[in-house]
Design a protein. Structure first.
Length: 213
């Protein structure tokens, strides 16, 4: 029986940096014999972040968010999976609101507030957290370290993959306001030389996660 890896895209732009890297990681997982279950958060039915109802703190619901909406099948799939690959672009120094909604619900359902057993998850699954950013790779290490630690504690051992200084547009010259913060030629050159290497690395990370799960 093959392993199932859940792949979650928390970015809105299909065919661009985040979605491309996630697809490569998924291909890597498939190359290791895993089956892929994919969700695009921007294309789900309506959902919210945690509403602090504390339903998941009741014994009969422990480890399960009782809020039923577009995220329910995602949470159910992650719970039953052998690994999670999730990616998000960086928006204003954070991951997307869609990522945050899933993150809140995913973590809080397993948080017990009990010192002896702080996590009620029945088993740990490996996680690959991928972030793309217009800023350099090293700009958000503290942010990602926090996510890595929390995901490792309440979901499973987590690795982080960052692609920074990404190409945002095919033609920066077509913007109404000149984007003078950027060097379009340098962005394009990086996209043509470095980004393919990152895609290969994402493939390898996906394969390794599937082998680990």
């Amino acid at each position: 029986m093959s392993k199932t890896i859940v792949v979650v895209n928390a970015g809105p732009r299909m065919g661009w940096n985040t979605e491309t890297l996630l697809s490569e990681a998924a291909r890597g997982a498939e190359s290791a014999g895993a089956s892929i279950q994919r969700f695009d958060l921007f294309r789900l039915e309506r959902y919210t972040g945690c509403i602090s109802c504390f339903g998941c703190k009741k014994e009969r619901f422990k480890g399960h968010c009782i809020c039923r909406d577009g995220l329910t099948p995602v949470l159910d799939a992650i719970r039953a999976s052998d690994g999670l690959i999730i990616g998000s672009p960086n928006y204003l120094g954070e991951l997307t609101a869609s990522f945050r909604a899933l993150y809140e619900r995913l973590i809080f359902q397993n948080l017990t507030y009990n010192l002896e057993t702080p996590c009620c998850s029945e088993r740990a699954i490996p996680v690959l957290l991928m972030m793309t950013s217009n800023a350099p790779d090293t700009s958000y290490q503290g942010l990602l370290q926090g996510y890595r630690q929390t995901l490792s504690r309440f979901v499973g051992p987590t690795q982080v993959f960052v692609s920074g200084d990404t190409l945002q547009l095919k033609d920066y010259g077509k913007t109404d306001w000149p984007w003078t913060m950027f060097d379009p030629a340098a962005k394009q050159a990086r996209h043509e030389t470095v980004f393919p290497e990152e895609c290969r690395a994402a493939f390898e990370r996906g394969a390794a996660l599937a082998a680990q799960g």
